[in-house]
Design a protein around this ligand. Structure first.
Ligand code: SAH
Ligand code: SF4
Ligand code: F3S
Length: 438
């Protein structure tokens, strides 16, 4: 078989699973590997190094990755010099089982081990495992490879200290730490210099951000002062970390877009308590009202878990009722999935798979209707859209996001990606708005 000459750059295939923080981490890994002399390939058959950046949030996420590893193994069989590696949250969550279930892995590296990837890939030992969690690693000095489009994802804090009882993230990503505000501003400026017009600040509890005396509201204001940047978004804020400083930035800084993801999980106080969510439904309700009052028209989305251990039919009904009250623009809804190592894992999983499925379907169906109605309410309104590129359909149309993060499709006006176009909404489904340029 043909072997590349020694001097040719090695090719790396990198596939990403999980949340936006993983997407951003893959861009960071892309930058690190590029500087280490690697080039990216989209074709696994052509790669010298195959990497999966993985997610451990629910069992299904892990199963998908294990299945995919099995598929990628064929490329290693075809060319034994190919290295197969697993990065991300599964590396820290399943380390022991991985050595058992995928003994062919050459590399297992957790979220705090990316800085040295090129060195690890050059080492002869097999497998190379680096799943240490680091209290200080923020990669603040590393420039990610942002990829195409006008939006840059920037991780401003890493880890999580909340330890919600259902969640693996504090175990897979370690303790909370924030990048210095100067480093964030430098990354925003670098993104703008590279042609980006929007930044999305990322962190598992992004609004717990704090460094060098700057809180999250301060960080938003610092970024808003960067010339050439048009829009700032962030995800995922935690309800109990929403401060007046953050709400003031949402309300007063025109560049901070009117969209808030406010994970609820459940509307039943005993369930919230068993989840260790550290707010009550009354506090959450008051917060939502305060945000909506200070930022009129703000779009709000949420996360909900059904079938948490011990969730009764009546407690579930409270969550269903709260959907009616809150009228979210969008909701990500999940069946509870027991995760080894978490406190909830030790609680009896009392809700049957059938009941979990029914509860989930009921909420999804109702939220679909609400999302549709919320989008219908937009009809006739003028919104500003940042163009991202051609729409998949219809031909001759472009797609972008409105201020409140709604996917909006309209006739191509010749505006380039990153340009802002004012449009009037004239139709909407549950997922997209159709509009006409003004
Ligand atoms: N840090 C964010 C959430 C990150 S995980 C926050 O606290 O808001 C994204 C979502 O996945 C969570 O909000 C939760 O709804 C869901 N999730 C997390 N662990 C889960 C589990 N074990 N089973 C089902 N859903 C889960
Ligand atoms: Fe997980 Fe809770 Fe941390 Fe979110 S806040 S990442 S749900 S532990
Ligand atoms: Fe998954 Fe890790 Fe994100 S577990 S949701 S990739 S932080």
């Amino acid at each position: 078989m043909f072997e590349r000459p020694e001097s040719a750059p090695r090719k790396v295939f990198l596939e990403t699973y999980g949340c936006q923080m993983n997407v951003a981490d893959s861009q960071l890994v892309g930058g690190v590997l590029q500087r280490g002399g690697y080039v990216r390939t989209e074709d696994p058959a052509d790669a010298d190094v195959l990497l999966l950046n993985t997610c451990a949030i629910r069992e299904r996420a892990e199963e998908r990755v294990l299945g995919r590893l099995g598929e990628l193994l064929q490329f290693k069989h075809a060319r034994p010099s190919v290295q197969l590696g697993l990065l991300g949250c599964m590396a820290t969550h399943m380390r022991e089982q991985l050595l058992d279930r995928a003994p062919y892995l050459d590399l297992i590296v957790g979220p705090d081990g990316y800085r040295d990837l090129p060195i690890l890939l050059d080492e002869g030992v097999d497998p190379r495992v680096d799943v240490r969690l680091d209290r200080d690693e923020t990669y603040a000095d590393l420039i990610p490879d942002h990829g195409p489009g006008p939006r840059a994802w920037l991780t401003v804090m890493r880890g999580c200290d909340k330890f919600c009882t259902f969640c693996v993230v504090p175990f897979t990503r370690g303790r909370e730490r924030s990048l210095p505000p100067d480093a964030v501003v430098a990354q925003v400026e670098a993104a703008v210099a590279a042609g980006k017009r929007e930044v999305v600040f990322l962190g598992q509890t992004v609004n717990a951000y704090g460094s060098d005396g700057a809180d999250f509201g301060d960080l938003l204001r610092r970024a808003a002062a960067v010339d050439g940047l048009e829009r700032i978004r962030f995800t995922s804020p935690h309800p109990s970390e929403v401060s007046d400083s953050m709400i003031a930035a949402l309300a007063d800084e025109p560049k901070v877009m009117p969209y808030l993801h406010l994970p609820l999980q459940s509307a039943s106080n005993p369930v919230l308590e068993a989840m260790a969510r550290d707010y009550t439904i009354e506090q959450y309700r008051e917060l939502l009202a305060r945000v909506r009052e200070r930022v009129p028209g703000i779009a709000v989305s949420t996360d909900i878990i059904v079938g948490f251990p011990g969730e009764t039919e009546a407690q579930f009904a409270q969550t269903a009722e709260f959907l009616e009250e809150a009228r979210y623009d969008f909701a990500y809804q999940f069946k509870y999935s027991p995760r080894e190592g978490t406190r909830a894992h030790k609680m009896p999983d009392t809700v049957s798979e059938e009941d979990k499925g029914r509860r989930l379907e009921q909420l999804i169906a109702r939220q679909e209707e609400i999302s549709f109605e919320k989008n219908q309410e937009q009809i006739g309104r003028e919104v500003e859209v940042m163009v991202e590129g051609p729409a998949r359909r219809p031909p001759g149309h472009v797609v972008g996001k409105s201020q409140s993060f709604k996917t909006t499709i309209f006739r191509d006006t010749g505006a380039a990606p990153g340009e802002l176009v004012r449009v009037r909404v004239d139709g909407g489904s549950g997922h997209t708005l159709q509009a006409s340029p003004l």
